[in-house]
Design a binder for this molecule. Sequence first.
Ligand SMILES: [Zn+2]
Length: 441
Amino acid sequence: MSTCGYLYTPSYAPLDIQGAACLQRRGANPVFQDWGSRVYLEQLLQQITAGSVQELLLLHLSDLGDSSDEIHECLLKIQQAGIRISLVSESGIQTPTDPEAWLPLLAEIPHQLQSRRLCCRQAKNRLAGKPPPGPAPFGYRREGERYLPDRKQAGVVKDFFQHFLLYGSLRQAVRFIAEKHHKYISVATGRNWLINPVYRGDLAYADGTTLRDTHPALLSRTEAAQIDRWLKRNRGIPRRSASAPRALAGLVQCRVCGGSLRIVQTTPRQGKHNSPSYLYLRCQTCHYSLRYAEVLEAVIQQVCEQLPQRAQQLDTDALTRSRQEIQSQLQANTDLLQHLEQLQQSGLMDEQCLAQRRYQLRAENALLAQKLEQLPPPNLPQIAQTLSIQPFWEDLTETERRAYLREFLRSIEVDASGDVRVIFVFDPYVPCTAKNFLPLM
Ligand SMILES: [Zn+2]
């Protein structure tokens, strides 16, 4: 006579290894586990009829069938054989004995079945690359099984992105669409728009998978990659500096104390309307100030002198190799996907297996394509050449200068004597990775 465990996992979900382990910990041996069929449930019932089972441990009563009727019938069989049934959960083990203890458990069954059906429907949608249930996100409408841009709303979303790409300030972009379109969103919603795969033409599912190019995008891949770099860059910069209009905001650090220098502006002296106001960078800890214009000039000069050389030092062969490796993997997956199409037409392979494999390949391709976008652009030396021309910088606004500096500089170190040193994002002593490299294109 033994204590058995039983659990059921629908075919669309991964095998519930944790659930099985949980039953084992509570003393079940063996644990019967069905995955999409009821083969082991049949075996279990045979053993019960043969009288070799004393107790049955379950995670949910609904595991015993696909409908309420099936489950009740199965329960009746087990109880009539005099088997004790216990329900195992995180918090412990429950063994209902009288009808009153059974009632709430039985009442749970329809809910459990309903949520299983819902998960099943969502899994099927996922495998077919269809959008998740619920209304379409702002900017889109649902037409049949896919999202299509809603002309009016998409305009608002696009304006929001363009404003952010131009000025790099989330708060300003939020204010901009409020003023222009009377569309009021919170900063948190704005941040969500910036990173939401849906606006890039992709669908992200609850299981963490993203499928690419499932519907028209409101943001190009290049723009999306730029936004990602900006957000990553801004993460290390204090919030207010991230969107400050000054090119050096948040980038300058004191070499002695390591603190960030603040930008301060002197007010013209009272009564002297003609006296000019100056911008300074000030270290609050070491109590010194540097002229903003002088530091900026030194920074631009160093970028012009050093950027082409640093760009040359990048291991371009290694970058080319990784690019080729990713591209050939992408191609191999695409070939496989085509092969699957042929298999489907020939009817040689099970429809469910095909859908599962197709889904995996598409998810893998999404990750590979993302990797490819994060690599430095192949024309980096040319970009560096352009940025090494001093007059080019003079024609830029502070916002534009800030954009370029944030792309290429990790920080700027200064000291009280006014010595300036720029640290590039791909300086040799910090290995160049997709994470800390912020290419321009
Ligand atoms: Zn300092």
